[in-house]
Design a protein around this ligand. Structure first.
Ligand SMILES: [Zn+2]
Length: 356
């Protein structure tokens, strides 16, 4: 099994290097915004938008011009990659099958700076070669194995990072467990399993809430765009970064896959209102947020555990039908997703996974 994995490291920078990094990121942002503006005008005039090849042609013209000659200082591949990313963002934004995707927006200065090298990156123990920037040291917090595919350089909360994507060959794995479990993701409980176990939320935001509020109040007392305002802004960004690091959500999906487990996502419709014993569906089955009480058979249980049991049963149906349950029907419950994990053995064990 070939998998792609990313390693993220903090770069060892100095003021001269930082200036070059900001310049490269700035050129990428300029190119994105320039094509974005052209497309905004075209959309307003009900014309077809600029696709990648036309945008790349414009880029070559700008590079040759006097006015936009500063683009020649930047490496061309991250600039082209920016145009490809913008093109992809438009395609996703107009794709009716991806209703949650919206059209790309203008990139703003000071928000986030990032650019990606699709190739040409080399690794040498504690150094990375970034085309046009040369060898840059990084804080090597873990070993890297696999073939380097691409690298993204980004600026977050006052530091520059490089995220290296590698391709690794993993042997096919079969998980030894033979059980399964349904998982309901909630607000009161982080996750409730169909076997009755519940997990408390890891509420990273609540933990840092007071600190964040204090920092934001301090920011409001400072003159906008002043040196102190920027310093305070960086402190807030660092707090947000900390909170984001505590949430681990997306990775579990593919990590389960590596271990030979199987994760089945099922639509959570009505799972909170359905009785896991007799199948009776009614909003009246939920007298409170936490309690499930069936109006038909009298079955009483913790509401999230009951929902997890329904999710497990739904996962079995998906396995039996050999496909996925489509989630195109209206959702009539809390707006949370639910999933079930099963290893590819005859029956099952699982783990419960949160959804954003
Ligand atoms: Zn019932």
């Amino acid at each position: 099994m070939l998998i792609r994995k990313a390693y993220k490291f903090r770069l060892k920078t100095n003021p001269a290097l930082e200036q070059k990094l900001f310049r490269q990121a700035g050129c990428c942002r300029w190119v994105w915004n320039q094509v974005w503006w052209m497309n905004q005008r075209r959309l307003a005039d009900k014309q077809r938008i600029i696709r990648y090849h036309e945008a790349a042609f414009w880029l070559s013209l700008w590079k040759q011009s006097e006015e936009y000659g500063f683009l020649r200082e930047a490496h061309s591949q991250p600039l082209q990659q920016t145009l490809k990313d913008l093109d992809r963002a438009y395609r996703d934004g107009f794709d009716k099958n991806q209703p949650l995707k919206r059209l790309p927006r203008k990139k703003r200065k000071f928000r986030q700076a990032a650019f990606r090298y699709p190739q040409g990156v080399k690794l040498d123990n504690r150094r990375i070669y970034l085309p046009k920037l040369g060898w840059v040291g990084f804080f090597k917090s873990r070993d890297i194995s696999g073939t380097v595919k691409n690298a993204t350089v980004s600026y977050q909360a006052g530091h520059w990072y490089v995220s290296v994507q590698v391709e690794q060959a993993l042997p096919e794995r079969v998980h030894p467990s033979t059980t399964d479990v349904g998982v309901d993701l909630g607000v009161a409980n982080f996750a409730a399993l169909s076997n009755g176990i519940t997990y408390d939320p890891i509420n990273a935001y609540r933990k840092y809430q007071d600190q964040l509020a204090r920092a934001q109040r301090a920011l409001s007392r400072k003159v906008k765009c002043s040196a102190n305002w920027r310093k305070q802004k960086r402190k807030i960004q660092q707090l947000h970064h900390k909170i984001a690091c505590c949430r681990f959500v997306r990775q579990l999906d593919y990590k389960l896959d590596w271990r030979g487990w199987m994760l089945i996502k099922v639509p959570p419709h009505y799972t909170s209102q359905t009785c896991s014993v007799c199948g009776h569906v009614s909003p009246a089955n939920r007298p409170t947020q936490a309690v499930f009480h069936c109006q038909a058979c009298g079955h009483t249980e913790h509401a999230d555990t009951n929902a997890a049991k329904n999710i497990r049963a739904r996962g079995h149906r998906v396995l039996a039908c050999g496909g996925r349950v489509q989630s195109d029907c209206p959702v009539k419950q809390e707006p949370v997703g639910s999933r079930e994990a099963v290893p590819p053995t005859t029956s099952t064990e699982g783990a419960g996974i949160p959804v954003l």
